[in-house]
Design a protein. Sequence first.
Length: 304
Amino acid sequence: MIPLLAQTETVENLILPDSVQKAQFAETINKVVNTDYHEFFVNMANDAVWVAIKIAGALVIWFIGRWIIRRITAILDAAFNRRNVEASLRQFLHNMAKVVMTLLLILTVIQMLGVNVTSIVALFASATLAIGMALSGTMQNFAGGVMILLLKPYRVGDYISAQGQSGTVKSIMLFSTQILTTDNQTIYIPNSSISSAIIDNYSAAETRRVEISVGISYGDDVDVAREAILALAKADARILADPAPVVYVTALADSSVNLSARLWVKNEDYWSVFFEMNEKVYKVLPQKGINFPFPQMDVHLKKD
């Protein structure tokens, strides 16, 4: 019974009598009528002027900040040019510095407008963490790209072999490396895999050794074959005199004596010398009485 009475009293308290409602309405009308509108509009004008000043100050900071960012990036580019920084690394550092400075400028402008940037930074950090967890593989490629650009195991234009692919590096991007194979195929290798793989960089050194393998018949004069190959090497201006060309006997095979000619050339001359020397050896050695043997097997028949 008591709870029921309490609920009834609560409902009655919520429903105001007409006299009370009329008194409150009259009080509201008096406040509206007696309001000092002059002071109200003066305060509004002051607030508007203050907001306009803050917006103007934020715009001034924005344009000055943009000019400063352009000047700093120009100074960085000039410093990179003086130090001959690699093109891919230069572009990456340029973009990274520009993005970081632009974010700082945006936060400064927002704070100038009276917005609390602490909550924005916390929200941005949370979003970055969530995106990083969702794109963990992509972030690994990004980290691999940064490591490649900083450590420079290869550069644009180098001929490399990695992850079972060989070709000339055309571009080092943040998430992948683009290479062009000798048959004009474009291959993209993820940076996370190539940065931790074994890389053969054939363009890292200025010179490279060409190795020509030749098999001659048993009984042929090895010295004659050696002198003929060395004469071909000395006649080719692309083959370096230091280290000097050498010809060794590398194996006594089943049907041939194998020779190896080792010639040093500039990196860009490697393939042309390799192909042309093979053809010259094939044409010249028979003129010197040297024969190229065919694989053969001696079969002995025994009669009972």
